[in-house]
Design a protein around this ligand. Structure first.
Ligand code: COA
Length: 374
């Protein structure tokens, strides 16, 4: 059992090479193509980071302007995709909306002639927010919204479609920073899924669709929604402390804590915590942020566990006025840039990813005809 735990889940196994990102490397922490996450989150924008991911270098001023214009021109959705979004039931998990939207777009604008892998990557990054907002307004308010906006950033575009008005500057920047933080994270489960899929040489959309499926679970991307649900359960820090102690006593996992690679801290969490606090204060919040902070303290004290990016992202998104079921889909918009970089990298030097397993089943035995089985 202990042995299985040590080696299970491919923990500590080097499964390939990448030039995209370092995670938890001593003295370096998290870097995207050599740039530290702290610096990127402070000084850059998500569009610069997406450009860096997909094109390998930070853009010049002119290149960034062109790239933003390109993304803006790719925000709108084809009629058939809108119809599909209308057919997806209103109660659907919103990750399933994006998974289906991605797959459908792959039938309308298949990768190949006229749609290079770079075109598809940009198209998905530009249009995922439109898909989510279109589906949401159609089902929640019976409205068919326009999916273009006058905002020229991914964050601003999404917030404008969601709220139907020009976004608040701070909310736009907080969402932008969170998209930077979520963009890439080496061989995490969804990225590895994408690499496995693309290694069999299918189209680009297949790999992204599979990656969305892997991201949906609460041990991975789904943790930000689960963290919000947890925080919202408590009406005060004292109540939260009692509740968390009971959960720990029952050996429950507390969502938004711990990490497979980081051991002491997740560098992304400090960045988003600062923004979450600022937004909470701006909203005069006296409950959610203090509850979150107490859960953080209890987890450090009791389990020596630290918050990962998902924990305080939940608070930040909440105070951007974003409904909880949209938290993980926002992660998709951002991580598509990282997934795409890995897909390009895998394709450039591909070998089918096909590991082997230790067999622990029965010895070879004779086949019994059905009438002789008990
Ligand atoms: N809450 C409570 N205990 C936790 C925990 C958490 N969030 N994360 C890890 N632990 C404990 C485990 O129970 C285990 O304790 P044990 O050795 O006494 O059994 C120990 O820490 C190691 O955890 P394990 O689940 O084996 O680590 P892992 O590397 O397989 O898992 C995660 C990493 C991220 C999946 C795990 O920390 C987790 O489930 N976190 C919550 C989900 C989450 O926030 N996911 C987003 C990741 S960015």
């Amino acid at each position: 059992m202990a042995e299985a735990k040590k080696t299970g889940g491919l923990a500590g196994i080097v499964a390939g090479k990448t030039a995209v990102c370092t995670v938890g490397k001593e003295g370096v922490g998290l870097t995207y193509r050599g740039y530290s996450i702290e610096e990127l989150a402070e000084k850059s924008t998500f569009e610069e980071v997406a450009y860096l991911m997909l094109r390998g270098a930070l853009p010049s001023k002119g290149e960034l302007a062109d790239y933003k214009a390109r993304l803006k021109s790719m925000q709108d959705l084809p009629g058939e995709l809108r119809q599909t979004l209308e057919l997806i039931p209103g109660g659907t998990h919103q990750m399933d909306v994006l998974r289906t939207g991605c797959s459908m777009l792959g039938t309308l604008e298949p990768e190949g002639e006229g749609h290079s892998q770079l075109d598809v990557a940009d198209r998905l990054i530009a249009s995922f927010g439109s898909m989510l907002a279109y589906w949401y307004h159609f089902h929640a308010h019976g409205k068919r919204i326009e999916t273009s906006s006058d905002e020229d950033t991914i964050a601003g575009h999404f917030l404008q479609l969601l709220h139907g008005k020009k976004p608040d500057d701070k909310q736009r920047r907080v969402l932008d920073v969170s998209l930077i933080l979520y963009a890439e994270h080496e061989f995490n489960a969804s990225t590895f899924t994408g690499r496995v899929i693309i290694s069999t040489l299918p189209d680009f959309y297949s790999a992204i669709t599979g990656a969305i499926g892997a991201l949906r679970g609460p041990l991975h991307g789904g943790a930000n929604e689960a963290a919000m649900e947890l925080i919202e359960k408590f009406s005060s820090p004292d109540e939260a402390e009692k509740g968390i102690l009971v959960m720990l006593d029952k050996k429950a996992k507390i969502m938004g804590f711990g990490h497979r690679v980081y051991r002491d801290r997740d560098p992304r969490s400090d960045v988003i915590q600062k923004w979450a606090k600022e937004l909470a204060e701006q909203h005069g919040d006296k409950r959610l942020y203090p509850v979150a902070e107490r859960i953080d303290q209890v987890m450090r004290r009791e389990k020596n566990l630290f918050t990962n990016l998902d924990f305080y992202s939940a608070i930040a998104y909440h105070f951007c006025g974003i409904p909880t079921p949209m938290f993980t889909p926002l992660f998709v918009i951002s991580r598509t840039s990282g997934w795409a970089a890995h897909i390009f990298e895998q394709r450039a030097d591909n070998r089918l990813i096909r590991p082997t397993a230790d067999y622990i089943g029965p010895e070879e035995r004779p086949y019994l005809p059905i009438e002789k089985r008990g």
